[in-house]
Design a protein around this ligand. Structure first.
Ligand SMILES: NC(=O)c1ccc[n+]([C@@H]2O[C@H](COP(=O)([O-])OP(=O)(O)OC[C@H]3O[C@@H](n4cnc5c(N)ncnc54)[C@H](OP(=O)(O)O)[C@@H]3O)[C@@H](O)[C@H]2O)c1
Length: 343
């Protein structure tokens, strides 16, 4: 068969309309994949940009998919050899009902994804976990850099009502166990705090709102923790790298060398003296120092933070997201406010 007449490899991206999901869809299309992307509402204006991506008319299909509805998940996976499971809520406000808002979509949703992989022809699953699944533990020696052998302590997450970390840890652990028991090839990626340019600005994701908040300033005090940070485009590249190269049951941390928010603020003030940038910040004795050497050894080459910031801010400016004239007080996403979730 001629190479050109071969059907492209089919993969599914869950949460394809989200910040990370959409950059991954864009990357996969550019690398010749046929992509099934799940979105909860294909008619929502915030998803319209997807069909305008290069290659989309020929190689992108949108599926209405709720991770809590198993039938919609299997329908989206049908005909795919690989799945990237990205869809999980990243809460912006204080969580009121942890089971409904966080645990069900993250954990039951991931179980539906796992079962749907087994029920279809899917051979490989790449799961987007989070650094939040590896950093909340008091057992790790304080000066030792955290690597992939470090897991968040679920009891500690519960005590601190850190529902996001609890959900991401539980879902990742469950997925890796499922893969081992059921012979499904699964690798997981644990990104740090993700920034980068937006592909759509109708619905801005939580972590982009952190950076927008810092630039605009506002009423909230931030907790000055050490945060591992990473560019959304490098997260997409890392996911594809895992798809092509990672062994089964492997975890990969994905972040730049970390700095604390105060240092980030220093860089921003230097680069953008015209923005008023928040400086309400309280130091907390909590550091998350991690290494991404395992991912770098696989061939991952992240860009510099300055490039990420420059491109992010250019995209916010273009979308008018840094103007402060709408009259509403702009709030910092909840988990970055004081009091900190873990001291
Ligand atoms: N941003 C970060 O700093 C960061 C860091 C580490 C890990 N992550 C992980 O990366 C993934 C994507 O996050 P993001 O930053 O790109 O946020 P995002 O833009 O808010 O994307 C989240 C996606 O999940 C979808 N989703 C939520 N609940 C769903 C459900 N029940 N069924 C189907 N889809 C559902 C959302 O769909 P709707 O558009 O319909 O709401 C959205 O597409 C998440 O798994 C998150 O935990 C993010």
């Amino acid at each position: 068969m001629e190479a050109s007449s071969r059907s492209p490899p089919h993969v599914c991206v869950t949460g394809g309309g989200g910040f990370i999901g959409s950059w991954l869809v864009k990357l996969l299309l550019s690398r010749g994949f046929a992509v099934h992307a799940t979105v909860r509402d294909p008619r929502d204006a915030k998803n319209a940009f997807l069909m305008q991506l290069d290659g989309a008319p020929a190689n992108l299909r949108l599926f209405k998919g709720d991770m809590l509805d198993y039938d919609t998940v299997t329908a989206a996976f049908a005909g795919c050899e690989g799945v990237f499971h990205v869809a999980t809520p990243v809460p912006e406000q204080k969580i009121v009902d942890p089971q409904k808002e966080m645990m069900d979509p993250a954990v039951k949703g991931t179980m539906n994804v796992l079962k749907a992989c087994s029920a279809t022809e899917v051979k490989k699953l790449i799961l987007v976990s989070s650094i939040a699944a590896s950093c909340f533990t008091l057992d790790w020696p304080p000066d030792k850099i955290k690597d992939e052998s470090c897991w968040s302590d679920k009891e500690l997450c519960k005590e601190n009502e850190n529902w996001y970390s609890l959900a991401k840890t539980t879902a990742e652990e469950m997925a890796l166990e499922y893969g081992l028991k059921n012979g499904l090839h699964i690798a997981t990626l644990l990104p740090g705090l993700v920034f980068g340019p937006l592909l759509q600005h109708v619905a801005v994701n939580t972590t982009s709102n952190v950076l927008i908040y810092i630039l605009k300033g506002g009423p909230d005090t931030m907790n000055n923790k050490f945060y591992p940070m990473v560019d959304v485009r490098d997260v997409a590249e890392a996911l594809l790298l895992l798809y092509n190269k990672a062994g089964s049951s492997e975890r990969y941390i994905c972040s730049l060398d970390q700095m604390d928010l105060k240092d980030l603020l220093g860089i921003l003030k230097n680069m953008y003296p015209n923005y008023r940038c928040t400086d309400k910040m309280v130091d907390v004795d909590y550091k998350v120092i991690v290494t991404s050497d395992k991912l770098k050894n696989l061939g991952w080459k992240p860009r510099k933070l300055e490039e990420t910031l420059e491109d992010s801010i250019k995209s916010y400016e273009k979308a008018g997201l840094l103007q402060s004239s709408d009259g509403k007080p702009f709030r910092l996403p909840y988990i970055y406010r004081m009091p900190p979730i873990l001291e």
